[in-house]
Every structure is written in structure tokens, then in C-alpha cells.
Design a protein around this ligand. Structure first.
Ligand SMILES: C[S@@+](CC[C@H](N)C(=O)[O-])C[C@H]1O[C@@H](n2cnc3c(N)ncnc32)[C@H](O)[C@@H]1O
Length: 193
């Protein structure tokens, strides 16, 4: 059963509905590897995951968990900021997943930043296949997270409604600014004129 209190589970739920075996997808913030493993299982043996992180420790943890699950061969681990997305990924992708903030158990000063997050998000929009999805888990409880939320909100409100649908999910009865989820889907049909 899914818990709607776990925003990362909601991101998996939404993307799990659209990823097909053989798809190319991106984990823009590999961290401890949980999202990378989820995506690698979903795309199957002929699909591919591009997983980015700026921290070597995060990529080492991700590599370890992939190895244990025998999923390493379907994942490229990329030590680079996701703001370099288009330098590494050129194929159309069905999902770009972000889980912002800092590495749990790591240095809290090394966190995603609004400027690079937004730059990456705009690049991700250009990579999406029709029907493809970007999910972004944001942590507005810390100052950089609040800024990321405000700036993403402005960019999303400006997206053409005939090209993208944007969903913003927020737990409204929890204390301490819980994480929030943005889901952006590229429109895959146009209503008949
Ligand atoms: C909340 S963690 C990700 C959790 C991860 N998805 C998981 O399933 O365990 C956020 C990660 O973003 C990484 N990060 C920070 N800035 C980044 C950037 N510009 N590009 C890519 N990753 C970045 C951090 O190093 C950290 O590991």
C-alpha cells in the first residue's frame, strides 16, 4: 500500500504509471540510490538510467546498491551537476526524477541550488517524450528549498497549457514544512479542433 505521507513514494507511483520496459530515464539526484534502483527496475534490461550526482560518496553508495541488485549494467553513473544534463543525455526520455536537498547522512551544506535546479529543469523539459514526466520532490523547510519552490512555481505557471500539465502536491495538515511534489507531464494528445 502506498503512503501519501511519503512524497517520494508518490513520485514513484506517478512515474511507475508511464515508464515502459526499454525506456531511457534520468535520475537527476542519485543520492543514496533509492530512486535510481526504482528507475532501473522499471526500465528493465534493455532500458537505461542516467544518474547524476555531484558527490562521489553518493555515486559510490548508488553503485553499491545497484551491484547488490544486479542492475549496474543498465545505469550510467555521472559525477556531474544535473545542470549539465544536455551534455550527457541526448535521447528523448520518459522520466526525469529529482529529489532535491542534501544527501541524507551526508554534508548538509552540499545541497541543490535554485539556479542550477532551474537550469536543469528547463533542459529536462526539452528531453521529454510526449507523455513523459518530470517529478521534483522539494524541501521548503530549508531556505534553499524554499527558493527552489518559489522559482519552480513561477516557471511552471508560465508553461504553455497546450504543451504541459503541471501538478503540485502538498500535505496541508502536517507541521514543519513537509516535502512537496511537482509533476510536469508533456502533453501527448491534442483535442480535436
Ligand atoms: C535528497 S538527495 C537525493 C536522494 C536520492 N534520490 C535517493 O533516492 O536516495 C539529493 C542529492 O542531490 C545531490 N546534488 C546536489 N546538487 C546537485 C546537482 N547540481 N546535480 C546533481 N546532484 C546534486 C546531492 O549531492 C544529494 O546526493
Amino acid at each position: 500500500m502506498i503512503s501519501i505521507k511519503k512524497i517520494t513514494e508518490l513520485a514513484h507511483h506517478k512515474t511507475g504509471l508511464i515508464i515502459k520496459k526499454g525506456d531511457y530515464v534520468v535520475d537527476a539526484t542519485a543520492g543514496n540510490g533509492n530512486d535510481t534502483v526504482f528507475l532501473a527496475e522499471k526500465v528493465g534490461p534493455v532500458g537505461h538510467v542516467y544518474a547524476f550526482d555531484i558527490q562521489i560518496d553518493a555515486l559510490a553508495k548508488t553503485a553499491e546498491i545497484l551491484k547488490k541488485k544486479e542492475l549496474s549494467d543498465r545505469v550510467s553513473l555521472i559525477q556531474s551537476g544535473h545542470e549539465q544534463l544536455l551534455q550527457y543525455v541526448r535521447n528523448p526520455v520518459s522520466v526525469v526524477m529529482y529529489n532535491l536537498g542534501f544527501l541524507p547522512g551526508g554534508d548538509r551544506q552540499v545541497t541543490t541550488k535554485s539556479e542550477t535546479t532551474l537550469s536543469s529543469f528547463k533542459q529536462a523539459l526539452t528531453l521529454l517524450k510526449p507523455g513523459g514526466m518530470i517529478t521534483m520532490v522539494i524541501y521548503p523547510g530549508h531556505s534553499e528549498g524554499r527558493l527552489e519552490k518559489e522559482e519552480l512555481m513561477l516557471v511552471c505557471k508560465d508553461l504553455s497549457s497546450s504543451d504541459y500539465a503541471v501538478l503540485h502536491l502538498e500535505l496541508i495538515n502536517q507541521a514543519n514544512d513537509p516535502p512537496e511534489l511537482f509533476v510536469v507531464q508533456k502533453i501527448f494528445f491534442r483535442p480535436a479542433e
